[in-house]
Ligand binder design. Structure first.
Ligand SMILES: CC(C)(COP(=O)(O)OP(=O)(O)OC[C@H]1O[C@@H](n2cnc3c(N)ncnc32)[C@H](O)[C@@H]1OP(=O)(O)O)[C@@H](O)C(=O)NCCC(=O)NCCS
Length: 326
């Protein structure tokens, strides 16, 4: 076991709630379609003066408050996001600026919806190598800025939020029992924002062609998500020598209730172990795992000593899975 203690968690969701009925006023959709095909009832949308680093800063502050720490007490900050404030600098540095911090290293990990688990993997390596003693790991997304609000196939799916965890090596009674991660760049184009980077720089034409928004081949993504997440959880359980039954709380990336359920079925984890925030927040990408962890802790569902299974999948394609004793 790699020693790791989640000493606190935090979350921030924007105030504005957008329901499925609200969306049916702007695109040709319905509450019934969205609920049946995705399990989503409503999502939060950032205000005009909020961007990813602001959501991230509020979530990290919340985690610090729960640990009775000052953000200055952290040794490093890692932000998992695919909706950065800007091409550069990193969203983690914008977050530092928002919190008035300087000195400690802050950087982003871009792995789409797998961003938080990738960041956690990096952070646990920093702890194991004694490069850091206490790391703030954040998953934050402002998806509302990159979805095409005229495309009903994508705009109904996503939401904005941030979740954070403060981790230390701990006393050895908790940690990562096993973890794995992977990616497949050959499928980079089935879920991407094509323009606005160096591959396809912003021009009037790219804007007119709506290439700065999310492009997704939904059904292909669906199939890969189920395959990759179920495989990574099964591997994490096998490597930890545990059965699905041994899992107390299962938090898969929350993109679609059908993806979550198909993934769970293939892992042998009982249905009552799944903790979900999907219905209220939609797919909040890299924020989904940490927000769900935070809410599960707050609700008393995730207690010290529990076996927690995590998995995520996202653009890249990327995936990750982990089994922890918390
Ligand atoms: C996007 C997704 C919900 C679509 O569900 P689906 O059951 O595969 O539906 P389809 O794409 O086959 O579309 C079925 C029909 O519904 C229509 N439709 C799509 N979005 C709709 C909406 N919001 N409201 C009403 N109808 C919609 C389609 O146009 C299509 O109509 P057609 O048959 O006349 O062409 C599903 O593919 C999915 O969840 N994919 C993964 C997305 C995801 O999780 N991405 C992030 C991964 S991290």
């Amino acid at each position: 076991m790699k020693p790791l203690k989640i000493i606190s968690t935090g979350a921030y969701v924007p105030e504005r709630v957008v329901t499925n009925d609200d969306l049916s006023e702007i695109v040709d959709t319905s509450d019934a379609w969205i609920r049946e095909r995705t399990g989503i009832r409503e999502r939060r949308i950032a205000s005009d003066d909020e961007c990813t680093s602001i959501l991230a800063a509020r979530a990290l502050e919340d985690a610090c408050r729960h640990a009775e720490l000052d953000p200055q007490d952290l040794d490093a900050i890692i932000v998992g996001t695919s909706t950065p404030d800007a091409i550069f600098p990193s969203t983690a540095c914008w977050l530092q600026r928002e919190l008035g911090l300087s000195g400690i290293p802050a950087f982003d990990v871009m792995a789409g919806c797998s961003g938080f688990l990738y960041a956690l993997e990096v952070a646990s390596g920093l702890l194991a190598g004694q490069t850091a003693r206490r790391v703030g790991v954040v998953g934050a997304e402002c998806m509302s800025r990159v979805v095409d609000w005229t495309d009903r196939r994508t705009c109904v799916l996503f939401g904005d939020a941030a979740g954070a965890a403060i981790i230390e090596a701990g006393d050895g009674s908790s940690g990562v029992l096993s973890s794995n991660w992977g990616s497949d760049g050959t499928l980079a184009d089935i879920l991407c924002v094509p323009a606005g980077g160096t591959r396809e720089p912003a021009t009037e034409q790219t804007v007119a062609n709506r290439r700065h928004f999310v492009h997704m081949e939904g059904s292909r993504v669906f199939i890969h998500a189920v395959k990759a997440m179920s495989r990574s959880v099964r591997k994490a359980l096998d490597d930890a020598g545990l059965s699905g039954e041994a899992v107390d709380v299962f938090i898969p990336h929350q993109a679609n209730i059908r993806i979550m359920e198909a993934t769970r079925e293939r892992t042998g984890i009982p249905a009552d172990r799944v903790y979900s925030v999907l219905e209220r927040y939609g797919n909040i990408s890299a924020a989904s795992v940490p927000v769900a962890i935070h809410e599960a802790r707050q609700a008393g569902v995730l207690r010290d000593g529990a076996i927690l299974a995590l998995t995520a999948f996202g653009t890249g394609l990327t995936w990750a899975g982990a089994v922890l004793r918390v």
